[in-house]
Design a protein around this ligand. Structure first.
Ligand SMILES: Nc1nc2c(c(=O)[nH]1)N[C@H]1C(S)=C(S)[C@@H](COP(=O)(O)OP(=O)(O)OC[C@H]3O[C@@H](n4cnc5c(=O)[nH]c(N)nc54)[C@H](O)[C@@H]3O)O[C@H]1N2
Ligand SMILES: Nc1nc2c(c(=O)[nH]1)N[C@H]1C(S)=C(S)[C@@H](COP(=O)(O)OP(=O)(O)OC[C@H]3O[C@@H](n4cnc5c(=O)[nH]c(N)nc54)[C@H](O)[C@@H]3O)O[C@H]1N2
Ligand code: SF4
Ligand SMILES: [Mo]
Length: 670
């Protein structure tokens, strides 16, 4: 399986003398049908890169030295035990990894809960779809993509909002383009940037970043005032409609146009196209979720789909496109501070009793800290030790100057990665992990499909699979976790996780299984909420527009929005070590509109200083009409010109996701 995005493409690794030499597509698969994007095809050479970690490292007098596993693991165990006895289990936090397998995420959260004794476990979903998990669970009872990738092609309307589908989920992007070009579907795009999908759109709404609640309320206002709502669906399948009807009455197209900057005619026409469709499918991603109003945005998506009855049928639905190769699985397996595997709540006495029995240990009953809360608690001296497996917060978390201080002030930091990342450089102990190509296990893709990963080559040097490392530390802490192989871990997962109840390696060859898969005879589930919602009735939530926490002013007059590009992945640990990808795009850039460039006297390709209230970076300017006036965009892949030096760590009050899509900056010539 491809180690990059949540599409979950299948591929064949070709090796010679223990080195990967080529990737070829696998024919006859459901997800990608033999296609791969540029990262899947040419992004694999990080695996054999000379920078791979091959031995445990221990920091002494500010420098790393190589150490044996025995020495490194004993040191980690004794430091964690000391911290726990001095300050209590909640002074320790753990970051699990959406790059690691389901089995490893299960093991990591079990380790934090059972061997350490805290619910302080989280992972990058917090920076990503935490608001989806919160918002859709409230509205529907389940926070996952409702429909399947293959259904997108057969929708008659696709509404892509805050998703740069062709760059971020290229295989799904192909489905969207096919729907439009070959099957006559209509496409509505709502995105502040001109992206590839806008070329195919019937309506493109370029909203000001951070104004989506107003936009969706405006669409619903038009739909209701024109009588285009689905009255039967609302009456039979939902509750709370009257509150929403009342709330959106305030959002006339004129008012919404003023807030969002979108011409009123486009709002009206998008509303009509979406509401009149027989099968309309919403695709959304970070443009919706990564806001202080992220949960409200997600609830708006659910409101819109229920209002028009576009859910619970094929080629409809509310489809959050999950980002990392295994972020869906990391959430499913409980690498979250409030739930055990299968979204069973840690505050629920029955659920806790069940896991206490299964794991033979007393468990803590309070919700733990999230990613950004752990960093803030470290900064405040309350979290003393962190165990980070397969995450790179020194590039991916908001407000990096603060993150650095927080990590430096820890008593003990252990990082388990395949490279010496900027985060690993700050660690006291670094543990070398095996990469995806050196692993057995499973990943769950964005459409809830659990698929197997097969080992192609041996890990370099002393690098080991993540689950083995975690189990070894647990044993040294006096809590035994022993398994022969990942298949055994999956058998335990199936026993305690109802939605994975019917999973097992014997059934997961070939195209895998989509959860819910309740028992060994269950075929898995293609789309959710068919006859009733997971929570019974679907719930409408009225939401009001609130401006983002930091808005441009005289000192910082531009809106910075951040995100991705096709050729690179996240913090670049992997893609910047893939020759073909990094040679094509070797450095970061700030996109700015020609009108802003002219006003500031900035020319194309010139290096500029970008600053916010939190820090500054130097970066190349790219003058382009991809962004509108007053908005600049920086991809967050480049550590040497890190967008997150500038971003703000304000959180959504419910989902605790940071505002990564809007902050105020200024640009200056150097
Ligand atoms: N090539 C590549 N692919 C990836 C990744 C990668 O790093 N590189 N990462 C993976 C991961 S983990 C994730 S989560 C996904 C993310 O996938 P996407 O969400 O598609 O990626 P982004 O570029 O963060 O943001 C999507 C769009 O949101 C728009 N946007 C910005 N502000 C707003 C706003 O206020 N409202 C709206 N409606 N839109 C806004 C941006 O202009 C952008 O086009 O991609 C996955 N796939
Ligand atoms: N400004 C801004 N910031 C953002 C975002 C944004 O849009 N804008 N998006 C956010 C989102 S959606 C996400 S998902 C996060 C991602 O944030 P991170 O998860 O921190 O980013 P990655 O670069 O994917 O980090 C994964 C790490 O795992 C390592 N790794 C790879 N394979 C393995 C393995 O098998 N085992 C182990 N142990 N390690 C492995 C890689 O080398 C890498 O260092 O970033 C967030 N940050
Ligand atoms: S679309 Fe995603 S999973 Fe498929 S090859 Fe590209 S990065 Fe890999
Ligand atoms: Mo993500």
């Amino acid at each position: 399986m491809c180690p990059f995005c949540g599409c979950g493409c299948n591929l064949i690794l070709n090796s010679k003398d223990g080195q990967l030499v080529k990737v070829t597509p696998q024919k006859g698969t459901i997800v990608n049908q033999g296609s791969l994007c540029v990262k899947g095809s040419f992004g694999y050479d990080f695996v054999n890169h000379k920078d791979r970690l091959t031995s445990p490292l221990i920091k002494e007098n500010g420098a790393f030295r190589e150490a044996s596993w025995e020495e490194a693991l004993s040191l980690v165990a004794s430091k964690l035990a000391d911290t726990k006895s001095k300050y209590g289990a909640d002074s320790i936090g753990g970051l699990s990894s959406a790059k690691c397998t389901n089995e490893e995420n299960y093991i990591f959260q079990k380790f934090m809960r059972a061997a350490i004794g805290t619910n302080n476990v989280d992972h990058c979903a917090r920076l990503c779809h935490a608001s989806t998990v919160a918002g859709l669970a409230a509205a529907f009872g389940s926070g996952a993509m409702t429909n399947s990738i293959a259904e997108v092609e057969y929708a008659d309307v696709i509404f892509a909002i805050g998703s740069n589908t062709t760059d971020s989920h290229p295989i799904i992007g192909i489905g969207v383009i096919k729907a439009v070009r070959e099957n006559g579907a209509k496409l509505i795009v709502a995105d502040p940037r001109k992206i590839r999908l806008t070329e195919y759109a019937d309506v493109w709404m370029r909203q000001k970043p951070g104004t989506d609640v107003a936009l969706i309320n405006g669409l619903m206002n038009v739909i209701i005032s024109e009588g285009l709502e689905d009255k039967d669906f609302i009456a039979n399948r939902t509750e709370g409609y009257e509150d929403v009807k009342q709330a959106v009455a305030e959002y006339s197209p004129d008012k919404v146009s003023e807030i969002t900057g979108i011409p009123k005619e486009d709002i009206i026409s998008a509303a009509r196209i979406y509401a009149k469709a027989d099968r309309a499918s919403i695709l959304y991603s970070m443009g919706i979720t990564q806001h202080v109003a992220g949960t409200d945005n997600v609830k708006s998506m659910a409101n819109l789909a229920m209002l028009t009855g576009n859910i619970g049928r094929e080629s409809t639905g509310v489809n959050p496109l999950r980002g990392q190769n295994n972020v869906q699985g990391a959430c499913d397996l409980g690498a979250l501070p409030n739930v055990y595997p299968g979204y069973q709540k840690v505050v629920d006495d029955a659920a806790r009793a069940k896991f206490e029995k299964a794991w033979d240990v007393k468990l803590d009953n309070k919700v733990g800290l999230t990613v950004v809360e752990m960093i803030k608690a470290a900064y405040a001296g309350k979290v003393k030790a962190l165990y980070i497996m397969g995450e790179n917060p020194m590039v991916s978390d908001p407000d990096l100057n603060k993150v650095e201080k927080a990590l430096e002030s820890l008593d003990f930091l252990v990082v388990q990665d395949i490279f010496l990342t900027p985060t690993a450089k700050l660690a006291d102990v670094v543990l070398p992990a095996a990469s995806f190509a050196e692993h057995e296990g499973t990943f769950t893709n964005t459409e809830r499909r659990v698929q197997r990963l097969y080992k192609a080559i041996d890990a370099p040097g002393d690098a080991r699979e993540d689950w083995r490392i975690v189990c070894d530390i647990a044993g040294r802490l006096g809590y035994q976790m022993s398994y022969d192989c990942p298949a055994d871990i999956m058998d335990e997962i199936a026993l305690v996780t109802p939605i994975y109840g019917g999973m097992g390696y014997e059934r997961l060859n070939g195209v895998g299984l989509q959860w819910p898969c309740l028992d060994k005879s269950h075929p898995g589930t293609k789309f959710l909420h068919q006859d009733k919602f997971a929570r019974g009735l679907g719930k409408f939530f009225p939401v009001e527009f609130k401006a983002p926490p930091e808005w441009p002013d005289a000192e910082y007059p531009l809106i910075l929005t951040t995100g991705r590009m096709l050729f690179h992945f996240h913090t670049g640990s992997m893609t910047r070590r893939a020759k073909a990808l990094d040679e094509h795009i070797p450095e970061g850039m700030v996109e700015l509109n020609p009108a802003d460039a002219k006003r500031l006297g900035i020319t194309h390709n010139e290096r500029v200083k970008v600053s916010s209230r939190r820090g500054e970076i130097s970066i190349k300017a790219q003058v382009t009409d991809k962004v509108g006036e007053g908005v600049v965009f920086i991809p967050f892949h480049f550590a040497e010109s890190a967008a997150n030096t500038l971003t703000i760590a304000e959180l959504d009050p419910v989902a605790k996701i940071p505002e990564l899509k809007v902050c105020a900056v200024k640009l200056e010539r150097i």
